[in-house]
Design a protein around this ligand. Structure first.
Ligand SMILES: *Cc1c(COP(=O)(O)O)cnc(C)c1O
Length: 429
């Protein structure tokens, strides 16, 4: 007889899970504080279940989720296709390492290259997150810097490229970078959307690469002008610098296009990073290299990952792309986005709505005596009206709902948001 008894292990695991599920929110938050590293502050709620655009907390409270795990749950919570594909892939072949490959890994790489209309010779590296995809892109740029001797790497003010040390070196916000002292050297931050500053930065032909979010997400959904992106493409091409587009948030249908660069005439990057929506919530990131040269910047042994691109992750991403493609979601994203933007513009105190598909930023007029009106509203909306959105700044809200949100759900969400505005208004009088 075997020393191990799988059947009894199963019942022990289920009993433990049951115990975890019987705790209430207050108890769990207390245990959270005593057992988890405090980098996230206090969680807003303890969530136990999700379905589509809705989630429920430990007390049975229901929320409409217009944040989607921060632009991640492209198909909402517990999508039946994604759930079944992940569990059947795990039951067939789970992790194998990159000493081996699998049909889903190859199929996903081919699918991404096809959707990106990447030229022959293009290739994909799989990672587990947005930061890691950007780390891979940064290492490619560092290879280019090392071989050409061009010392400068450019990013923009307001940028967010992630929290690992390399990606953090490219992230502008001083509060994120400065506590850590010296990071990767040679990175400069240019003023956002400033074409003259861009021209000046490229005047001496000494730039190795530039990292750009076509629309800055964490900064509050701020788009770069087409003319800026086109100029950046021209300058990088003529000076032999690499153009890296961080589409971690804007990619995979979020803006109503497969990738945001496809909405901008004449702009194809050398490198593009993806993550967030790619796996509908299953962790996966990707670096897409356009053309043979970009893909050859790193050769065998110069980069790697244990988990990246494993069968369950690539199966989840393949299913996500398939679902988006076969159900006509991209045009829905555009019409529903415009519908939401129109409703948002009707709200009191809203002074600007920036809407690109279902990537939406909302600026509020400042309220005298209220330090952070956006945060205030986010709390009111969640606690009193069962609506999840977030604040990217003191006066800026962000919405990044599932791409398959229905018009009925959108209208219900706007109804709840209107009530939250009225609430906040009354309180501030
Ligand atoms: C979220 C985000 C990242 C970081 O992704 P993680 O998965 O959190 O590492 C990088 N770039 C952009 C544009 C993002 O929105």
């Amino acid at each position: 007889m075997s020393e191990y008894d799988d059947a009894s292990l199963t019942s022990v695991a289920l009993a433990e899970q049951h115990l975890a599920g019987t705790a209430d929110s207050a108890e769990l938050l207390d245990r959270y504080q005593k057992s988890l590293t405090g980098v996230f502050g206090t969680p807003q709620a303890v969530l136990v279940r999700g379905a589509g655009a809705r989630v429920w907390d430990a007390e049975g409270g229901e929320y409409l989720d217009l944040l989607g795990g921060i632009a991640v749950n492209a198909l909402g919570h517990a999508h039946p296709l994604i759930s079944s594909v992940i569990s059947s892939q795990q039951a067939t072949l789970g992790h194998i390492s990159n000493l081996f490959t699998s049909p889903t890994q190859v199929a996903l790489a081919e699918k991404l290259l096809g959707l990106a209309q990447a030229p022959p010779g293009s290739s994909v590296f799989f990672a587990n997150s947005g930061s890691e995809a950007n780390e891979a892109a940064l290492k490619a740029v560092l290879r280019h810097r090392h071989s050409t001797g061009k010392p400068r790497i450019l990013a923009l003010e307001g940028s967010f490229h992630g929290r690992t040390t390399g990606a953090l070196s490219l992230t502008h916000k001083p509060a994120y970078r400065e506590p850590f002292g010296e990071l990767i050297g040679g990175v400069e931050f240019l003023p956002f959307n400033d074409r003259d500053a861009l021209d000046r930065a490229f005047a001496h032909g000494d730039v190795a690469g530039i990292f750009l979010e076509p629309i800055q997400g964490e900064a509050g959904v701020l788009p770069l002008d087409d003319a800026y992106l086109q100029r950046a493409r021209e300058l990088t091409r003529t000076s032999g610098a690499l153009m890296v587009l961080d589409e971690v948030q804007t990619g995979v249908g979020r803006t109503g296009h497969w990738f945001r660069f496809q909405a901008v005439g004449g702009v194809v990057p050398d490198l593009m990073t993806l993550a967030k929506g790619l796996g509908s919530g299953f962790p996966i990131g990707a670096l897409v290299s356009f053309g043979e040269q970009a893909g050859a910047l790193m050769s065998a042994g110069q980069h790697g990952t244990t988990f990246g691109g494993n069968p369950p992750a690539t199966a989840a991403a393949l299913a996500t792309l398939h679902a988006i493609e076969s159900s006509g979601i991209l045009s829905h994203v555009n019409t529903l986005g415009e519908h939401l933007a129109a409703a948002l513009r009707e709200l009191p105190r809203v002074c600007q709505v920036r809407q690109f598909g279902l990537h939406i930023g909302v600026d509020l007029v400042p309220v005298p005596g209220v330090e952070a009106p956006a945060k205030d509203l986010v709390t009111t909306a969640r606690e009193r009206h069962g609506l999840i959105i977030n604040a990217t700044g003191e006066t800026t809200l962000r919405l990044a709902p599932p791409l398959n949100l229905t018009f009925t759900e959108a209208d219900e969400a706007m109804h709840r948001l209107r009530a939250a505005f009225t609430d906040a208004e009354t309180r501030n009088q």
